[in-house]
Design a protein around this ligand. Sequence first.
Ligand SMILES: Cc1cc2nc3c(=O)[nH]c(=O)nc-3n(C[C@H](O)[C@H](O)[C@H](O)COP(=O)(O)OP(=O)(O)OC[C@H]3O[C@@H](n4cnc5c(N)ncnc54)[C@H](O)[C@@H]3O)c2cc1C
Length: 472
Amino acid sequence: MSFGTMASGSRKVTFVAIQTPSPSLDPARLDDLSATLRGPLFRPGDHPYDDARKVFNAMIDRRPAAIVRAAGAEDVQRTVTFARANNLPVSIKGGGHNVAGSAVSDGGLMLDCSSMSRVQVDAKRRVAVAGAGALLADLDYATQQFGLATPLGVVSVTGIAGLTLGGGIGWLNGKHGLACDNVISAKIVTADGNLVTASPEGDTDLYWAIRGGGGNFGAVTSFTYRLHPVGPVLAGGFSFPAERTREVLQFYPGFAAGCPDGLSMSASLGRDESGRPVFGVGVCWSGEHHEADMALRPLRDLGPTVDSIASTAYSALQCAHDAGFPSGRYHYWKSRFVTDLTDGAIDTLLQFATEMPSPDSAIGMQQIHGMAARVDPSATAFPHRRSQSELLILAQWADPAETERNVGWARAFFEAMRPFAAGGVYVNDLGEEGEGRVRDAYGANYDRLAAVKAAYDPTNLFRSNQNIRPSV
Ligand SMILES: Cc1cc2nc3c(=O)[nH]c(=O)nc-3n(C[C@H](O)[C@H](O)[C@H](O)COP(=O)(O)OP(=O)(O)OC[C@H]3O[C@@H](n4cnc5c(N)ncnc54)[C@H](O)[C@@H]3O)c2cc1C
């Protein structure tokens, strides 16, 4: 890992970037690989190459040596075997939404799983098998045909693979846990090119590691998820008047900590037309509808100006936030966990909400609680098991000339919140922030993860991720 510079419009921003030596690769070898694949292989200069190397975050502009758009598990095996033999690091793209851009690396071999998006549902057994290139929308659409769902995230164009491997926090976490908690098994191509099934019955250490340890251990080709009956939910948002923002911020953490499992919330701090900070709480009630009134009463008693809670198809809720994240924008995200908000924390939040440079940016608080918080921190690789919110500083802007201002705001805000944060960071929202933060993301599970990494990927072939070094 070394310090690098990424072009972002007219300015340059310095990141800690995963950079790999770009070994000279005989083009004939790529021809040989291409001839064995069902899916296409793109090289620099090929017409689809520039499109295929793009990811969600427009800040990321990296040039892999080649891109394989795998058509199935055999393509993945051949690609991994080729990369190992030719000493090329592999980066893996599921939905391409990781803001750090780890799906693509300079000079590496990019394994694009986006064509592997088939979802099969066994409604009787309440199980779905999803290809690693599926988006949340693909899985939700298929499972909702049967009134079922598995917990995922809150923006439907996110990839299931990266989201699940890092944890997966969404509207059902209070009732049914994280996405990774609902993985029954996964098929994975490991660094030796073998296709294995990680489950409670086989490759159990790998099964433990891929539920929170990210893409460190191999290329997943499919996940098998446990499904739950999920009918229409009560969902929508409350907005509170600007003059009560401080009071609602004081109230919210205690309410979130004690709310029933059926209620999951995602709060946000923005600004009204006159520039004053305003607080809103997005909710999903997935319990019995007749019990919702009691659960939501404390929020209603605060006198919201907007109360849009209504019965909503779960799949409609899953797309409700998509418009806020169009593709092609520049993103710089920072995140911390918070459990309570002291007066100092609230002062800081209000200050930075007022100073937010871009109207497209957001300050979010995504709740983890209930079932997701009760799992033993060592039961899966995801260690952050307590009732808390992820404070998300989501800088988003459209004009590259605005990069420095937005990055500066996010960094200063993140630093100012340091004294008020709980420990740890969610691996899926981690930027390129150095090894200390990567260790914080895996917490007390790091050493066991490093041992699993040594067993399955001793040469660190899969290192374009929040990297776990193989233990020696
Ligand atoms: C708009 C937006 C909304 C989001 N909302 C949520 C949310 O509600 N809840 C939440 O928990 N997170 C959320 N996230 C964060 C999200 O979980 C991560 O960005 C995640 O990495 C996205 O997965 P992906 O497959 O799209 O990523 P990609 O960029 O494709 O991949 C990211 C990394 O995942 C690994 N990976 C991907 N595919 C595979 C594979 N097949 N095998 C092995 N490793 C693989 C690799 O290490 C890769 O570098 C959101 C992100 C965005 C941009």
